[in-house]
Design a protein around this ligand. Structure first.
Ligand code: ATP
Length: 299
């Protein structure tokens, strides 16, 4: 279990991370979210012990994070961090030896993962000869080959085609099943929503929203009612409890204050005789994120 307690980090006078606390249990996928410059990379670097001049506490399974603990962490960085003149096998060995693995164990595991990712033929090729997506696979293998207790994934799907996104997803879920704690960061809220049971949203280093996704959605009372058919947009917009009505392709998205307005809206919509759809949906994480981040900036 990873525990981040009251952590703050300054760069000169800039407070990049401000009294941040969160926990990631074994087998849990945790989302660390925020706009550019919010403090995510700084937080990752503190967890990895690449930055140690911070206040507060960071522990993995109860032990303060230092270089003896970082062997148990795998880190897939957003920027490419491969040494492009090395061959795939040299590169993976380089990282795996740093993590304390033995040569024969590395080779066995590398063959397994190259096969899983469908890139066995590149084993002795130089990194620079690989496509962007295949380099991302090698970087992912470097992050998981030592079977970390904590896996940090910063934009893991960048540069991947849809089939490889699915492959990465299934492997990430296998690690979750094995009990690995996973921190996931992405600007793509649909990925976060699919994966993370718990999350924190940072604005200027400070948490503005945190907790279990299901609780966040429940607390955020607003709902979207999706309607297909010809309705009088202005009239619906003027109803009590309706925040706004948007038209997207052949659907209307009616945002309402909360569930209690559904029966009255249903009655009103039923007056139109061409309605083919009436569905009440939770707000998306994307909507909640934009609203909460916007509110925090206005303060
Ligand atoms: P992105 O989504 O763009 O990667 P981020 O959430 O990872 O952003 P950080 O890189 O952690 O954000 O940056 C947090 C703040 O700290 C920013 O204001 C950034 O300019 C500043 N910062 C980051 N690294 C340094 C550094 N080495 N020296 C000074 N300021 C820094």
């Amino acid at each position: 279990m990873l525990k981040v307690e009251n952590v703050s980090k300054y760069y000169g006078t800039l407070k990049a991370v401000d009294n941040l606390s969160f926990e990631v249990n074994d087998g849990e996928i945790f989302g660390l979210l925020g706009l550019n410059g919010a403090g995510k990379t700084t937080t990752f670097r503190m967890i990895m012990c690449l930055i140690d001049d911070y206040t507060g506490n960071i522990t993995l399974d109860g032990k303060k994070i230092d270089y003896t603990v970082t062997d148990k962490i795998g880190f897939l960085t957003e920027e490419r961090s491969l040494l492009t003149k090395m061959t795939v096998i040299e590169q993976v060995k380089f990282y795996a030896v740093l993590k304390g693995m033995k040569e024969e164990e590395i080779e066995k595991k590398l063959d397994y993962w190259l096969d899983r990712f469908g890139v066995s033929e590149y084993k002795n090729k130089k990194i620079k000869e690989l496509s962007k997506g295949n380099q991302q696979k090698i970087q992912f293998i470097c992050a998981i080959i030592h079977e970390p207790k904590l896996l940090i994934l910063d934009e893991p799907f960048s540069g991947l085609d849809p089939i490889n996104v699915e492959l990465f997803k299934s492997i990430i879920l296998e690690f979750k099943e094995k009990g690995t704690s996973i921190i996931f960061s992405s600007h793509r809220m649909e990925h976060v929503e699919l994966f993370c049971e718990k999350l924190v949203v940072l604005v200027k280093g400070k948490s503005v929203l945190s907790g279990y996704l299901r609780d966040i959605k429940e607390e955020y009372k607003k709902k979207n009612v999706i309607v297909c058919g010809n309705i009088d947009k202005k009239k619906i917009e003027s109803l009590d409890g309706v925040i706004n009505v948007l038209k997207e392709k052949d659907e209307y998205i009616i945002k309402i204050k909360d569930n209690s307005y559904v029966p009255k809206l249903f009655k009103e919509i039923s007056k139109y005789d061409n309605i083919t759809k009436f569905v009440v949906e939770d707000a998306s994480l994307n909507e909640i994120f934009i609203e909460k981040v916007g509110e925090a900036y206005e303060k």
